[in-house]
Write a protein that binds this ligand. Sequence first.
Ligand code: UGA
Length: 447
Amino acid sequence: MKLCIMGTGYVGLVTGTCFANLGNEVVCVSGDENKINLLKQGKVPIYEPDLDELIEKNVKENRLFFDTDSEKSIQKSEIIFICKGTPSQPNGQVNLKYVEDAAIEIGRAINDYKIVVNKSTVPIGSGDWVSMIINDEQVKLNKKVPFDVVSCPEFLREGSAIYDVFFTDRIVIGSSSKNAIETMKKLYEPIINQTFETDLNPRPKTKVPLVVTDLTSAEMIKYAANSFLATKISFINEIASICEKVGADVTKVADGIGLDKRIGREFLNAGLGWGGSCFPKDLSAISQIAAEYGLSTQIINAVVQANKQQRSNIIKKAQELLKILKGKTIGVLGISFKPDTDDTRYAPAITIINNLIKLGARVKVYDPIVKDRPEDLSEKSIFCKDSYEVAENSHLLILATEWDEFIKLDFEKIKGSMSNSLIIDGRNVLDKEVLTNMGFTYIGIGR
Ligand code: UGA
């Protein structure tokens, strides 16, 4: 099929590349000429494992194209995916400007029947709103070309995006048009039936379930899924705090409850709390949507509050260990909000580093991929070339992001160069017993 992907961020690039790899002809469109030129030269503006190779392969095989001309790209495509950014505004509401611009472009360019797919996470009702904008633009140009709008939310995680697209747990298609649903099913058929060839591992052997529903329910599924996942994390973090007091190990508690199929082990890893561009934005948006109907989201509000608390808990732990933070050197390993991504939006590490600096500590940082100082990271933080430089003369080391290379560090060497042998494992990924035997004071989260 011929597809046009509007937006070249995480979702746009990954969706476009994966569909191209399944044999479709895909053009990814952005108004950002520099970005499109870079992509044409094979330079990928985001860090996502395996994405650059897959882009290169599909560009070479003439299935994946990049363009700034949205009109031409829309006109030659059967399905248009809106994959535009939907950032939060300061009041928590979603900024829909980019989605609106895309809908306007579609309305102006549309020349024959199109299926317009909302992949961006958009507030409930946005499907109808996109239809309205496309119609309004058509009226201005005296045309009435038919189209259908579909909500097909994305469930990929940064860091494992390609795997998540090909081996998703489910596909959700929401529309009132039978024709659009049938076409979408056809597009997703290789994923649903798992008939495509791949060397991605591990390959689940099961077919992918499909949920066909109305537009609004599909939009709600996305918000409910992210809210529930964030709830699981905040819940286990709260249990972790109790574990610390009573002397239990939250990792074992998570194993013990996670084996119950009704609960499930995933997203029960206690740590510094959730960050990234999705959970914070989506939980805030769902609260705003509820407020429009006079409802208050008490569970979601508590989940958000508990997540903020989790970041302060680390500062308390540092204060308990070091007593005075002023004049102390603290090393922080990891800046990105999770491993295998360069995304630092709402990253726990940034809040923690900034607060430690406010309290008078000198903070040294290192991240395997984040090399440029994010805008919201204190100017006073000191970037180091590697973890060993971070550890040198530090009074305390905090592991903030569970990058694989941190787990494999030479901790004997680290211990030898630190001023104190204190370590806070903010993600519970280090071997407590080994580190304790080495002479470290090891503080995890809830263990
Ligand atoms: C999340 C969802 O997992 C995806 O399904 C969804 O498509 C995406 O949002 C989105 O809406 O676009 P993402 O934010 O990329 O994906 O990353 P996650 O793997 O969900 O991690 C989110 C945060 O939760 C990270 O800060 C991570 O460290 C934290 N987390 C995750 C925990 O603290 N504990 C866990 O057990 C799992």
